[in-house]
Design a protein around this ligand. Structure first.
Ligand SMILES: C[S@@+](CC[C@H](N)C(=O)[O-])C[C@H]1O[C@@H](n2cnc3c(N)ncnc32)[C@H](O)[C@@H]1O
Length: 500
């Protein structure tokens, strides 16, 4: 079958928060006991061309991966990539959610991790219902399912923009043209309104947001045929109706979330009652939440077991820790500045926190266990006791430390004949971004970075790399190419593109 998704050619990306390593880490932090990542069974429902699954399957050779999608062309494209890479642990097939498990793929078996990204809120009701039921059927007893969906109340505001754009673009067939004209219409409405009231601000906010976005995302999210945002409690109610239950989100709330503020916390019980899920819903009204990435498990049947909604530092010893932050002198004496790749920075003068972050900086892109962290911070005052675990959780909440349940096959030290992930090299031949072994998207905007990446098949040393690049760029002075290769290799190692 050819669908509208064939026409849109949704490119797909590696979504770090859907990776089993992240799903397992968040599940463990909330008291669940998921299957180890190294030999996980993963299903992605609505996998497109497998842009999310292919780098996962490549980086976890002991795992088994399955994906299906309604659209034929993306599945064909994905299959070509799989054949080219020789991946034997990933199977893609064309199917409709409405038929899978009933008369298509009844042999699928069960999965430790199920990913339903960008589907739930964008399909008609029968598909949404079957999606939830299918997930309950195919999820292994300790399995974790990831659902992303548009949420309320934030999407009430987005719906105003959607309605206006749909009105303006009626009858226009070309998808990118619809986005351009629709977004421009929002700006027109804002200007034409002429008064600085709440409606005008809303239009401007939606215009600013959508004009920065990649068109394919707007085509899918705002201009798609189906648009069904739900409240958090509606979503959990739907999951519970199928024997599933809420576990946690795929990421902790950001450091400025109102849920961390003591006066908000104090008011939550009064506002929403003792049920932590109702409290979470109350917070969504504070946050004007627009999107959620929720993890579900099978409902806990043992009446003695309580779901833990808050992350529990007592589970941190079962996890690994990493930090991309780089250190430099802080503004105040005796403080150290830690800067994230976004440019955000924090000055810290707490000796144990500084020691932890410096140890993780030295290990990046790899993660350290708690024991390794203790060894490498000896004498700093850091210990794996309650205080130390609380300190790590604070660093995680402040986004300086990442939690992992698995160490990616990336390298910290660049070898004499560096080799980049074959899956990343293949992706970079098609576009100016690629997926790393850490399952992040890496932009490859620098002009000679893509040709260099393509050469990194592990057969060339620095000289051979310079020779090969010189053949492509004959006018470049050799010493400049040599210097550039060195700094580009550092970049590729830091972004998790070089493999062991
Ligand atoms: C936004 S895309 C997400 C693709 C992929 N999950 C990703 O994140 O890159 C939504 C996908 O769901 C698929 N889809 C929509 N309805 C479906 C159905 N009834 N059965 C199977 N796939 C469906 C579409 O074809 C599309 O590829």
């Amino acid at each position: 079958m050819t669908t509208s998704y064939d026409a849109v050619a949704y490119p797909g990306f590696a979504f770090p928060r859907t990776h089993p390593g992240n799903l397992a880490a968040m599940a463990i932090l909330h008291g669940h006991n998921p299957e180890p990542v190294e030999n996980c069974r993963v299903l992605e429902i609505g996998c497109g061309e497998g842009a999310n699954l292919i780098p996962m399957a490549y980086a976890i050779p002991g795992g088994r991966f399955t994906g299906f999608d309604l659209a034929r062309l993306p599945i064909e494209r994905g299959q070509q990539r799989i054949d080219e890479l020789g991946l034997t642990n990933l199977r893609l097939f064309e199917a409709d959610i409405l038929n899978v498990g009933l008369n298509v793929g009844p042999e699928l078996g069960q999965f430790d991790y199920i990913i339903a990204h960008g589907i739930y809120a964008w399909v008609p009701e029968p598909v949404r219902n079957r999606l939830m039921a299918l997930c309950a059927e195919l999820l292994a007893p300790n399995g974790v399912a990831f659902f992303s969906y548009n949420a309320l109340p934030g999407c009430h505001m987005r719906r105003i923009a959607r309605d206006a754009m749909l009105f303006r673009t009626e009858g226009i067939a070309d998808a990118e043209e619809r986005v351009a004209i629709g977004v421009e219409f929002l700006q027109f409405l804002h200007k034409a309104r002429g008064v600085d009231d709440a409606y005008s601000k809303l239009l401007l906010g939606q215009y600013d947001y959508l004009s920065e976005r990649e068109p394919h995302a707007t085509i899918h999210d705002e201009l798609g045929e189906f648009y069904h945002p739900v409240t958090f409690l509606e979503f959990v109610g739907h999951a519970r109706s199928q024997g599933l239950d809420y576990l946690c989100e795929a990421a902790l709330p950001p450091p400025d979330d109102p849920g961390y503020r003591s006066e908000v916390q104090a008011a939550l019980e009064e506002t929403a009652g003792p049920d932590p899920l109702r409290q979470e819903q109350a917070l969504d009204y504070v946050r004007a939440r627009i999107f959620r990435e929720t993890l579900l498990t099978h409902a806990v049947t043992d009446s003695g077991s309580e779901r833990i909604l808050d992350p529990n530092p007592a589970y941190l010893p079962h996890l690994l820790f990493a930090s991309v932050a780089t250190s430099s002198p802080g503004a105040a004496p005796h403080s150290t500045r830690f800067t994230l790749s976004t440019g955000a920075h924090t000055d810290i003068n707490h000796p144990a926190a500084v020691a932890v972050l410096r140890a993780l900086e030295a290990a990046w892109p790899l993660a350290l266990s708690l024991d390794e962290l203790c060894q490498q911070t000896a004498g700093s005052g850091f210990a794996s006791d309650e205080t130390g675990l609380r300190l790590i959780l604070r660093l995680v909440i402040s986004q300086l430390v990442e939690l992992r349940a698995w160490n990616a096959p990336a390298v910290r030290v660049i070898s004499t004949q560096p080799r980049a992930s074959a899956s990343a090299r293949q992706e970079a031949r098609r576009r100016a971004r690629t997926s790393s072994l850490l399952h992040t998207t890496v932009m490859l905007d620098k002009p000679r970075l893509r040709p260099l990446l393509d050469l990194l098949d592990g057969t060339r040393d620095r000289n051979a790399l310079a020779d090969a690049l010189q053949a492509v760029f004959p006018d470049e002075p050799r010493h400049e190419l040599v210097e550039e290769i060195e700094s580009d290799l550092q970049f590729l190692a830091r972004t998790g593109l070089l493999e062991a």
